[in-house]
Write a protein that binds this ligand. Structure first.
Ligand code: 13P
Length: 243
């Protein structure tokens, strides 16, 4: 099955920095069984979309949004709507990222609305779920993830990708054991199947880099990765894709 490798650039890169990345990155030959999705900041969606299309890479690389407002239009200063994302051929939108929960108070109610608005527009949400370190150490991961999945997917259809991102692994260099990652990814698939009766692709995210990608991306239940820091450098990100 084709693996989905997603670059979440977060609040990094201007258009000229994105151009430097793309020039190098798109020069590489990718493995054929990989789909690459780049999620730049919304200010660079136009530039990255144009670059990918003008250089004829749209078959290999698609575009994703890092966030969307749950409303389609209106007086929401500073926000980005799904119609705005659609202008740039966005295929995926990240929802429920732990940074959005922490800094922007994204909760289940908002996440449900965002997933609905994304799916109604034929775009695929990437829903992030993950536990704290305390919860991981106390073996509460499954309980926490079940609550997050059941809370977030109430109105969802089967067009959704789940990213398992332990909060304590994001940007820290810390990771769960390989066995724990694999069994948690398996659990997520089972939990969604049991509660909503559909199958989902599952990604792993959190301190994934070119050194550990090989062993993580060959785990039995993994369908891809959501990469933060290590997606900012074209060579590093390319090595992850080739793992
Ligand atoms: P890092 O890869 O920098 O740990 O970030 C992961 C992440 O948050 C991707 O969404």
């Amino acid at each position: 099955m084709e693996k989905l490798i997603v670059a979440n650039w977060k609040m990094n890169k201007t258009d000229s920095e994105a151009e430097i990345f793309l020039k190098r990155f798109l020069d590489y030959e990718f493995k054929t069984n990989v789909k690459v999705c780049i999620c730049p900041p919304s200010t660079s969606l136009n530039f990255v979309n144009m670059y990918i299309h003008e250089n004829d890479y749209s078959g290999q690389v698609v575009l994703g949004g890092q966030n969307v407002n749950e409303n389609c239009t209106g007086a929401y200063t500073g926000e980005v709507s799904i119609y705005m994302l659609k202008q740039f051929n966005v295929k995926y939108v990240i929802v429920g990222h732990s940074e959005r929960k922490k800094y922007f108070f994204e909760n289940d109610d908002i996440i449900n609305k965002k997933i609905s608005v994304i799916q109604l527009n034929d775009i695929t949400p990437i829903l992030c779920v993950g536990e704290t370190h305390e919860e991981y150490k106390n073996k509460l991961t499954r309980k926490i993830l079940a609550n997050q999945l059941i809370g977030a997917l109430k109105c969802a259809t089967d067009n959704v990708v789940i990213a398992y991102e332990p909060i304590w692994a994001v940007g820290t260099g810390l990771l769960p054991s390989l066995a724990d990652i694999d069994s948690t990814l398996h659990y997520i698939k089972q939990c969604v199947k049991q509660n909503f009766n559909f199958n989902v692709q599952v990604l792993y995210g959190g301190s994934l880099n070119s050194k550990n990608a090989g062993e993580i991306l060959t785990l039995e239940h993994i369908d891809g990765a959501l990469v933060g820091g290590a997606s900012l450098d074209s060579e590093e990100f390319y090595k992850i894709i080739q793992s």
